[in-house]
Design a protein around this ligand. Structure first.
Ligand code: HEM
Length: 472
C-alpha cells in the first residue's frame, strides 16, 4: 500500500514538472516574435530613406533612428524585400556563423545574373566549403606571401617613381592600379602589359552593371556587363588551356593552379574561369579603399602618423644596415602599423554588412526571422557603437594595443564559413603600401570626403601633394 502511495505521489510530481516544462517551452517559443519596425511605402518600402542616409556622411543614421524606436533588431523593407536588420552584435554573429541549412547569401538580382550560378559568392554547401578552403589556404601560404611581397614592392616602386611633386597624386587611383596588378597576378599569374590593360578595361565595364536594373536585352547595362565578362572569361580560359598544355605545376603559383590541381570533378574549367572573374569583385575595390582611407585617417591624426613613420623608418634603416630585402613577416610584425590598419577597418567599414536569406524559420534572441525573409547584418553600426568602442568616431589606433580582436564584435571581414579568404592579403598589401609611402614622402591633402554608397570611396579620389623625403 505504501509503495502504491509513493508511486502515486511520484507520478503527480513528475506530471507537474512535465506540465511546467511544456508551458515554459511554449512560452519561450512564443516569445520569439517578428521584430517591430515598419515596411514603409508599398513596393519601395523604406529603400529611399535607406539610400538617402547611405549617401550622407552618417549612413548609420537610418539604423540609429530605428534603434531608438524598435531596438537593435527591427523589420524593414529595403531593395524590394522584407528585411530584418540587425545591428545587434550577438544576432549578427549568429547569422555569420550559421551555415546554408539556415541562411544563404542574398544579393540584388543584377548581381546574381552577372555572377552566374556557380560563383563562390553564391554557391552553398560542400562545394563552397571546398573552394573556400582551397583559396583560403593558398592565400595564407608562405609561398604566396613571398611572391606577393616581391610583386607588390615592384609595383609600388614603379608607381611611386612616377609621382611628380608639381601635380596632385590621386591616391585612390594609384592604389587601385597597384592592387589590381597584385590581384590578377595572384589569381591567374598575369603580369602587367596589354592583356592586363584589356582585363582592367573589361572589368570596369563588368562591375558598372552590378547595381543595374536586372534587364538583360541587347543595349542594356546588364547585357553590356555580361558581354565584358564573357571576354574576360575567354582570356582566363586561354590561360587555363596554356597551363594544361604545359602541365599544371604541382606547387601552385596562383589560384587557378590551386583549383586545377584539385581532384573534385565539379571544378570544371568553365567554373574556374567564371570564378576568377567573380573573385575580382570582392578583391578589386576593397584593398585600395583600405589603403586610401588609412592615408586619409593618418593625415588627420599627426600623432598616429608620426608613430607609424618612426616604426617604418626604423625597420627600413635596420634592413638597409643588414643589406636584406624586406620580407612579408617584417611588414606584418610592425605592431603600430597593424593597429592603424585595424582601426581603419573599424572606422572605414568598407563592407558595411552582409545580406542573407533565411531558408527556414529562425529564432534568435527573442526574434523570429521567417523563412524566405532577408537579414541584413549591418556591421557598421556595431563598429561605431559606443557600448563596444569608446569615442567610436575618433580614429584611435592605440585602442587596439594589447586588445584581443576576437572579443570585440569586430567583423570587417565577415565570419563563419564565408569569412573573407583575402584578409591576410589585404593586410599585407596595405602594410607594404604604407611602408613605402611614409618612408619616402611627406604630403598635404586636398579637401575630400568619403562617399558611402553604393561602395565606400573618396569623392575626389583623394588628391594629395607630395614632397620626397630628404629633399629640401
Ligand atoms: C579590405 C579588404 C577586404 C574586405 C574588407 C573584405 C571583406 C569581406 C567580407 C565582409 C566578406 C564576407 C561576405 C559574406 O559573408 O557574404 C568577404 C568575402 C570574400 N572575400 Fe573579401 N574582403 C577584402 C578583400 C578581399 C580580397 C583581397 C580578396 C581576394 C580575392 C577577397 C575575396 C573574398 C571572397 C572570395 C569572399 C567570398 C567567400 C565565400 O563566400 O566563401 N576579399 N570579404
Amino acid at each position: 500500500m505504501e509503495n502504491i502511495w509513493i508511486l502515486f505521489v511520484t507520478a503527480i510530481f513528475l506530471s507537474i514538472i512535465i506540465l511546467f516544462r511544456n508551458r515554459f517551452r511554449l512560452k519561450s517559443k512564443d516569445r520569439h516574435q517578428l521584430p517591430s519596425g515598419t515596411f514603409g511605402w508599398p513596393f519601395i518600402g523604406e529603400t529611399i530613406e535607406f539610400v538617402s542616409c547611405a549617401y550622407s556622411d552618417r549612413p548609420e543614421s537610418f539604423m540609429d533612428k530605428r534603434r531608438h524606436m524598435y531596438g537593435k533588431v527591427f523589420t524593414s523593407h529595403i531593395f524590394g524585400k522584407p528585411t530584418i536588420v540587425s545591428i545587434d552584435a550577438e544576432v549578427s554573429k549568429f547569422v555569420l556563423q550559421s551555415d546554408a541549412r539556415v541562411f544563404v547569401p542574398s544579393y540584388p538580382k543584377s548581381l546574381t545574373e552577372l555572377m552566374g550560378k556557380s560563383s563562390i559568392l553564391l554557391i552553398n554547401g560542400s562545394l563552397q566549403r571546398r573552394i573556400h578552403g582551397l583559396i583560403g589556404a593558398f592565400f595564407k601560404s608562405q609561398q604566396l606571401k613571398d611572391q606577393i611581397t616581391r610583386d607588390m614592392q615592384t609595383y609600388v616602386q614603379e608607381s611611386m617613381s612616377n609621382w611628380k611633386e608639381d601635380h596632385p597624386i590621386y591616391i585612390q587611383d594609384e592604389t587601385k592600379n597597384i592592387a589590381f596588378q597584385v590581384l590578377v597576378k595572384a589569381l591567374i599569374s598575369l603580369d602587367p602589359g596589354e592583356e592586363m590593360e584589356f582585363l582592367r578595361k573589361q572589368f570596369q565595364e563588368f562591375i558598372s552593371g552590378l547595381m543595374s536594373l536586372p534587364i538583360n536585352i541587347p543595349g542594356s547595362r546588364l547585357y553590356q556587363s555580361l558581354q565584358a565578362k564573357k571576354k574576360m572569361v575567354k582570356l582566363v580560359q586561354k590561360t587555363i588551356q596554356a597551363k594544361r598544355a604545359s602541365g599544371i605545376s604541382m606547387v601552385p603559383n596562383d589560384v587557378v593552379d590551386v583549383l586545377l590541381n584539385d581532384a573534385n570533378e565539379k571544378l570544371t574549367d568553365d567554373l574556374i574561369a567564371d570564378n576568377m572573374i567573380d573573385m575580382m569583385i570582392p578583391g578589386e575595390d576593397s584593398v585600395p579603399v583600405l589603403m586610401t582611407l588609412a592615408i586619409k585617417y593618418l593625415s588627420e591624426c599627426p600623432a598616429a602618423l608620426q608613430q607609424l613613420t618612426e616604426e617604418n623608418m626604423k625597420l627600413k634603416k635596420l634592413k638597409e644596415q643588414l643589406g636584406e630585402p624586406l620580407c612579408w613577416s617584417d611588414y606584418l610584425s610592425l605592431p603600430f602599423t597593424q593597429t592603424v590598419i585595424t582601426e581603419t577597418l573599424r572606422m572605414g567599414n568598407i563592407i558595411t554588412g552582409v545580406m542573407r536569406k533565411a531558408v527556414k524559420d529562425v529564432a534568435i534572441k527573442g526574434n523570429l526571422i521567417p523563412k524566405g525573409w532577408c537579414v541584413f547584418a549591418y556591421f557598421r553600426s556595431v563598429h561605431l557603437d559606443e557600448s563596444n568602442y569608446d569615442w567610436p568616431h575618433q580614429f584611435n589606433p592605440w585602442r587596439w594595443q594589447d586588445k584581443d580582436m576576437s572579443s570585440c564584435n569586430f567583423t570587417p571581414f565577415g565570419g563563419g564559413q564565408r569569412l573573407c579568404p583575402g584578409l591576410d592579403l589585404a593586410r599585407l598589401e596595405t602594410s607594404i603600401f604604407l611602408h613605402h609611402f611614409v618612408t619616402q614622402f611627406r604630403w598635404v591633402t586636398e579637401e575630400d570626403t568619403i562617399v558611402h554608397f553604393p561602395t565606400v570611396k573618396m569623392k575626389r579620389r583623394m588628391p594629395i601633394w607630395i614632397k620626397r623625403r630628404g629633399e629640401p
